[in-house]
Design a protein around this ligand. Structure first.
Ligand code: BES
Ligand code: MN
Ligand code: ZN
Length: 499
């Protein structure tokens, strides 16, 4: 993560100078100063490159004056239409152009503080890289960027705008790291261990193992776990930001019911005895993205000291075939008392979620509950990689989620629920089957989960199977783990549930 700083404008003596330029914008500040110092070279070069400041446009001018190794002009679009999203995208595009420099200065004199901070966020998010396991990469090929200085007359306002965004970026990176890790390294026990350091942010972390789960009656969750030699874990994270978490004056009684986030954390999904085909099975290392997102979200909320009481619960388990694995036909008893006939051991995510969600409601009586899960391949068929599927029993919560996702580039699309779909889950031997057949596969999965939502509890389920991982570069993320959901849910909390 490059360090971000906001300082009074001064011509840099080394590194890159970045000029964010609006369409028809006039050169001012460092831009004008550099143009003058270079005898008009900047203006000439931008003209020669047909650079107009349009969105997505960029131009690099190499070493126009001594000391500055490159000048990068980056288009912001029409001056009146520059919003946080545009500034973020420009920041993301900038990163690729200055990554090989040790330091860069952004001439941000023309950007109001919120847009300068958004630019910084885009740049920071795009700088993500998971290179833990590369040992032979040449020095020349590695990114070098250590520090990005924003030259601005509003340094204090910028710093204030940046502080919460920085915490969000850190949360996003925590999620991306978890989701990127290979499944031999990040098994359930290890993933739970990686939550512990978050205590230093003021989070309370509890880790439960199979003994505790057995006592709680987690028969569905434990059924998934029984094929793996690695023990399952449930992690309960609490941030009591409205009741005084992270301060010396923590109150004893919570001010309000907490909001609750639940994540599917299948650290590897082979399908179990209903085994998946070999091709592409490696993707199932990121079947813990829902849990990874909840963990990064809790870190973001704590990191920016959000004034909300929030709990995050994740069910961590590996779905393996073995002599001890559960079989198609097995009947398991969930923590809620309802029984499930396991028709397909590859529909394991819902078996994990149902017990964790029941527990979350019994213990915390949350104001609302949002679960995140890479739950179905069918949601990719329905929505591709552009929207997460959203299912909800509450129009207000659904609208709030849809609105929160748009400005942060994490769009959700509401899908239907209904009794007719629910009927597809009817079992001859138990209260329900764990699959409802091919038609409406994502919907019947949501119907299954809804059976474990208490009456009257606002709930939304986000099926993130199509958006948790990207096979192409995105404006503010390299290809790979996206951390979809961290920013969306942070925004949901910020917009409606703080204070
Ligand atoms: N983890 C998968 C869903 C998935 C598929 C996530 C592709 C990401 C990419 C889930 O556990 C699963 O296997 N779902 C089955 C359900 C079916 C057996 C009813 C599916 O989608 O095929
Ligand atoms: Mn599966
Ligand atoms: Zn799965």
């Amino acid at each position: 993560m490059p360090e971000i700083a906001f300082v009074k404008p001064a011509m840099p003596k080394h590194g890159a100078l970045v000029l964010p330029i609006a369409e028809d914008g006039v050169a001012a500040g460092l831009h004008a100063a550099l143009d003058q110092a270079s005898g008009g070279a900047i203006t000439r070069a931008l003209e020669a490159a047909s650079f107009k400041g349009r969105k997505g446009q960029s131009a690099t001018i190499w070493a126009p004056v001594e000391g500055i190794s490159r000048v990068v002009a980056i288009g912001l679009g029409k001056a009146g239409e520059i919003n946080a999203e545009a500034a973020e995208a420009a920041g993301g595009a900038t990163y690729a152009l200055v990554a090989k420099e040790r330091d860069a200065t952004v001439a941000a004199e023309g950007l109001p503080a919120p847009l300068a901070a958004a630019f910084a966020l885009g740049l920071q998010l795009k700088s993500y890289r998971f290179d833990r396991y590369r040992t032979t990469e040449k020095e020349d090929d590695k990114p070098k960027l250590e520090k990005v200085v924003f030259a601005t007359d509003a340094a204090t306002a910028c710093k204030n705008a940046w502080a919460p965004l920085r915490a969000i970026a850190e949360g996003v990176f925590i999620t991306r790291d978890l989701v990127s890790e290979p499944p031999n390294v990040l098994h359930p026990v290890e993933m739970a261990e990686r939550c512990k350091p978050l205590e230093k942010l003021g989070l309370t972390i509890e880790i439960l193992g199979p003994k505790e789960m057995k006592k709680l009656g987690f028969g569905a969750f434990l059924g998934v776990a029984q094929g793996s030699p690695v023990e399952p874990r449930m992690v309960v994270m609490q941030w009591m930001g409205a009741s005084g978490s992270g301060t010396a004056t923590a109150k004893k009684k919570p001010a309000q019911k907490p909001v609750a986030f639940i994540g599917k954390g299948v650290t590897f999904d082979t399908g179990g005895i209903s085994i998946k085909p070999a091709g592409g099975m490696e993707d199932m290392k990121w079947d813990m993205a829902g849990a990874g997102t909840v963990i990064g979200l809790m870190a973001a909320l704590a990191g920016r000291k959000a004034k909300v009481d929030a709990v995050g619960l994740v069910g961590l388990v590996e779905n393996m075939p073995s002599g001890t694995a559960q079989r198609p036909g097995d009947v398991v008893k969930t923590a809620s008392g309802q029984t499930v006939e396991v028709i397909n051991t590859d529909a394991e995510g819902r078996l994990v979620l149902c017990d964790v969600m029941h527990y979350a409601q019994e213990r915390f009586d949350p104001r609302f509950m949002v679960d995140l899960a890479t739950l179905t391949g069918a949601i990719i068929i329905a929505l591709g990689h552009e929207h997460a599927g959203m299912f909800s029993n509450d129009d207000t919560l659904a609208q709030q989620l849809a609105a929160a996702g748009k400005p942060v580039g994490e769009a959700v699309w509401r899908m239907p629920l209904g009794e007719a779909y629910d009927k597809q889950l009817k079992s001859e031997i138990a209260d329900m089957k764990n699959v409802g057949g091919r038609p409406g596969g994502s919907i019947t999965a949501a119907q299954f989960i809804q059976r474990f939502v208490n009456k009257g509890r606002p709930w939304a389920h986000l099926d993130i199977a199509g958006v948790a991982w990207s096979s192409k570069d995105l404006p503010t993320a390299p290809k790979g783990a996206t951390a979809f959901g961290v920013r969306l849910l942070d925004r949901l909390v910020a917009d409606h549930y703080e204070g």
